[in-house]
Write a protein that binds this ligand. Sequence first.
Ligand SMILES: [Zn+2]
Ligand SMILES: [Zn+2]
Length: 388
Amino acid sequence: MMPRMHGYEFCEHLKGPEGIKGVRIIVASSKPFATDKAQAEAVGADAYLVKPYTPAALLGKVRELLSQAPSESPPPANETAPAPAPAAGQAQEALPVTRGQLPLYVHFWGTRGSCPAPGAATTRYGGNTACTEVRVGETLIILDCGSGMRELGSALLREYGERPITGHIFVGHTHWDHIQGFPFFAPLYNPRNSFTLYSVHGAHGSLESVFRGSMASDYFPIPLKNLACKLRFTEMTGPVDLGSAQVSFAHLNHPGICIGFRIDAQGRSVTYLSDHERFARLNGEDDNSRRNDARMTEFARGSDLLIREAQYTQEEYSARRGWGHSTFDDAVLEALNAGAKKLAIFHHDPDHTDDMMDGYIRYCRGLAQKAAGGTDCFAARDGLRIEL
Ligand SMILES: [Zn+2]
Ligand SMILES: [Zn+2]
């Protein structure tokens, strides 16, 4: 969860051929998920301590590791090195900066979490998984590639006709519900079109290798390399400048690598936080949780629109603690703390029917009104378009 390089990647560097021979690594993390501990070990961590830990626990680990003979085992095999990421702030695509306010809209194409949930009980809120379009003037930004991406692709083909499409696709993490629409995004199959895919380095290798793997022949008939469009992968190490919009990222509290995005465009801002479990809810109210939650609040500070996941009621959460998702209460609380003007509840649980959702959103609106913080709270739903 470090600003420019996550800990797994750092471990890979330290233990790799260019690293420091015989170095021992203790990962100290705020994330207690088993996935993260296993992943740290896979990339060479010798120990994993969950914050907060006592000085005695740290010293004990240090003594234990120093008393062991230095490891002669070869460093973990790395995948082919990814293309070097552009420097932070470097423009990806020389889009013209236009004076005056460009139109900005957000269009939700998929708002469900975990698994698509089509059917009669979800017609109003929708059943497609996470995919959100943000358009700043001519700049096309896509947040996540869930199953909603298929319909976005069809809409873009209708809109652009014979004109080439250029788009910037930001992927928060690569769990199924955030990538499963990617191979069904029709504009990828046209050589006229160009897309850049942004995220951070994958937990197990390059960003590109994760997408290549998801389209391996066991899972999909067409390999990634056969996509006709110009496709570029960019591993973010800082904010990306698209000309009319700047996109920055922050690490979220979810098993594995997961980041949220903030889009700042000519004085307006959209923050997208999916998937995320509030630190204090998971780890308890201590200094470390408070610091981490404050970091998230600052990231979303003053957003015109905060798209924030909330998957569970407090009652449901008690059986799903540590799954990396939030309660409705936490989403509203964080939106109020950040002073967000609008809060779109996002990543709806696949078991939540339209009628249940109506009740949850009423509850959220009630919380926001009681706090009198001025945040307008509503549910993101498939097909909803908001002008900002
Ligand atoms: Zn998800
Ligand atoms: Zn996830």
